[in-house]
Design a protein around this ligand. Structure first.
Ligand SMILES: Nc1ncnc2c1ncn2[C@@H]1O[C@H](COP(=O)(O)OP(=O)(O)OP(=O)(O)O)[C@@H](O)[C@H]1O
Length: 247
């Protein structure tokens, strides 16, 4: 379980990105952060692996305040998948997937063996292993990014708009794949998107933020749809609807 207790983040330039956030992220479920651009989603996500530290308040993982943990070790123990996959351009697919285990001192042969297994898990042909990222499609690159995020077998997987840069058809395919993966692996997934349809599709819990990183509502999709907390929630959900009809 991940817990935010009265977390506020103000950047040095004075920007208030997160305001007094109390939130529980249950284990083995997909929690989706949704909200308009600049509503603090990425900042909140990055506080889970200490890429960003709160100005005040605390973040706990399984009841341990992560401010007491060593940031680099914490970061390597948590999977992180970002938009545009964030792959290393001069390393092959197999080396990209094995990045964290290799950093952790796992022997190359063993790290590669596991990386090949992960290619199967995320639905990538093993024949792609020796290609470089630029020789893959956008969807394939994102799958490599997911495999890399899973390589250290983390309990927690953070995904920051992972499907934002691919076309709608590939995006739909990746969304279905993520649901399958989650049924098989049961990780604690925290997923950022600005797309309410995507949030409702893949989220067990959806957390909607207002500008300033103010929590608007958190709950299962049906709860937000049937019992929106206020007009902001209603209008954010409604704004997503015309797109669903057009799709
Ligand atoms: N390092 C920083 N220094 C100053 N302000 C920052 C920094 N990082 C983020 N911000 C600001 O904090 C606010 C929240 O940013 P954040 O990236 O968390 O939002 P977001 O909801 O993830 O947005 P998006 O959907 O556009 O990625 C924004 O106003 C942003 O400009």
């Amino acid at each position: 379980m991940i817990e935010f207790r009265a977390v506020t983040k103000r950047f040095p330039d004075g920007t208030l990105a997160v305001t007094d956030l109390d939130l529980i992220i249950p284990p083995h479920q997909v929690t989706v952060f949704v909200g308009s651009s600049g509503s603090g989603k990425t900042t909140i996500l990055r506080m889970i692996n200490r890429m960003v530290d709160p100005t005040s308040g605390s973040v706990l993982i399984d009841d341990v305040d992560i401010a007491t943990l060593e940031p680099v070790a914490l970061r390597r123990s948590i999977g992180y998948v970002m938009q545009n996959s964030g792959l290393l351009p001069h390393r092959t697919v197999i080396d990209n997937i094995a990045t964290v285990p290799l950093l952790d001192g796992v022997k190359r042969a063993e790290a590669h063996k596991r990386a090949y297994e992960l290619m199967d898990v995320v639905g990538l042909e093993r024949s792609l292993a020796t290609r470089y990222p630029a020789q893959l499609s956008g969807g394939q690159q994102q799958r490599v990014g997911v495999a890399r995020g899973l390589a250290a077998d983390p309990n927690i997987l953070l995904m920051d708009e992972p499907f934002g840069a691919v076309d709608p058809l590939v995006r739909a395919e990746l969304q279905v794949e993520l649901q399958r993966l989650q049924r098989e692996l049961g990780k604690t997934v925290v997923f950022v998107t600005h797309d309410i349809d995507e949030a409702f599709l893949i989220g067990d819990q959806v957390v909607l933020f207002k500008p300033g990183g103010i929590l608007a509502q958190a709950g299962p999709p049906a709860e937000l749809l049937q019992h929106p907390a206020d007009d902001f929630v209603t209008s954010f959900i409604d704004a997503g609807r015309p797109r669903s009809i057009l799709r």
